[in-house]
Design a protein around this ligand. Structure first.
Ligand code: NAD
Ligand code: ZN
Length: 260
């Protein structure tokens, strides 16, 4: 962690930098949502300490894995449903309203940027969303409230009433194809940005790493906010090691609304 004085002067540096930039985007990982009570994957309390992820092939081929997958999702459903945006999500929305943020590209599946106020078409969800359910074959959308009661009536996993495909929360599992539209949009937006603020991502694995690198290679500036060092600290123009909520709030308070 930076000490308070370093952090304070780095926050001022970010504010000055943002004022000089037009096209600003944010890239968020699990770390922006830990302050909303949703654990990250790789941190000390991370989900991977408890669960081995279930790959798509296992979900498709093995009824037991499929049942276990759903059971975990159902167990985590109340936490997801009740999670509320924290200071960090709200500060990003504040920056958006003040014309200091155009898009949020996120690895998160919790929908908290939209709950904080960000319009749907300003949030690119690279790994899909846990807030609804989709058919793996035809992508028909289903709501949790309609699917949950099925588990009380039947013991098998639910199928699509349209095409018979398996239903699954609309997140990208390991072994599942990436979302092409979202991935292309992220690439386009990251290339065009004058500045990117990366928040709560360990930046250890591709394609996450590629996003700030793309902005940097196209001449944009990189701000990294994370509790601990990331895999890409060396490309940061401003580096802030500390809690995302307080830092983002201070940044959002440091700028006034501007004309587009
Ligand atoms: P990660 O777990 O690899 O890294 C999270 C980083 O955030 C860590 O480096 C940690 O130090 C930092 N962090 C934790 N709390 C913080 C705070 N309060 N302020 C600042 N930094 C903080 O997460 P990742 O790199 O985003 O990738 C893991 C994958 O996990 C993603 O693909 C994502 O889809 C998925 N995931 C999503 C959620 C969610 O939707 N909320 C939760 C867990 C995992
Ligand atoms: Zn279907």
């Amino acid at each position: 962690m930076n000490n308070d004085k370093t952090l304070h002067s780095e926050i001022n540096k970010v504010i000055t930098l943002l004022k000089a930039k037009k096209s600003i985007i944010a890239f968020t990982g699990a770390g922006i949502s830990t302050e909303s009570g949703i654990p990250d994957f790789r941190g000390p309390q991370g989900v991977w300490k408890k669960y081995r992820p279930i790959e798509l092939s296992e979900f498709l081929q093995d009824p037991e894995s499929r049942a276990l997958y759903w059971q975990r999702k159902i167990d985590m459903y109340p936490q997801m449903k009740n999670a509320v945006p924290n200071k960090g999500h709200l500060a990003l929305f504040e920056l958006y309203k003040k014309n200091f943020l155009q898009y949020v590209i996120t690895q998160n599946i919790d929908g908290l940027h939209q709950r904080a106020g960000m319009p749907d078409d300003r949030v690119i969800e690279l790994h899909g969303s846990n807030t609804y359910i989709a058919c793996l074959d035809c992508r028909k959308r289903y709501e949790w409230e309609d699917i949950l009661p099925l588990f009380e009536k039947q013991s098998t996993s639910p199928k699509c009433d349209e095409c018979g495909g398996w239903l699954k929360p609309a997140t990208i599992s390991f072994g599942q194809a990436i979302l092409e539209y979202e991935t292309n949009e992220a690439e386009r937006i990251a290339s065009a940005a004058d500045a990117i603020i990366v928040i709560g991502s360990s930046l250890q694995v591709y394609p996450a790493v590629g996003i700030p690198v793309t902005t940097k290679m196209n001449g944009g500036s990189v701000v990294i906010i994370n509790m601990e060092p990331t895999g890409q600290d060396e490309i940061a123009d401003c580096l802030l090691h500390g809690p995302a909520g307080d830092i983002l709030q201070a940044i959002a308070e440091g700028v006034d609304e501007r004309a587009i």
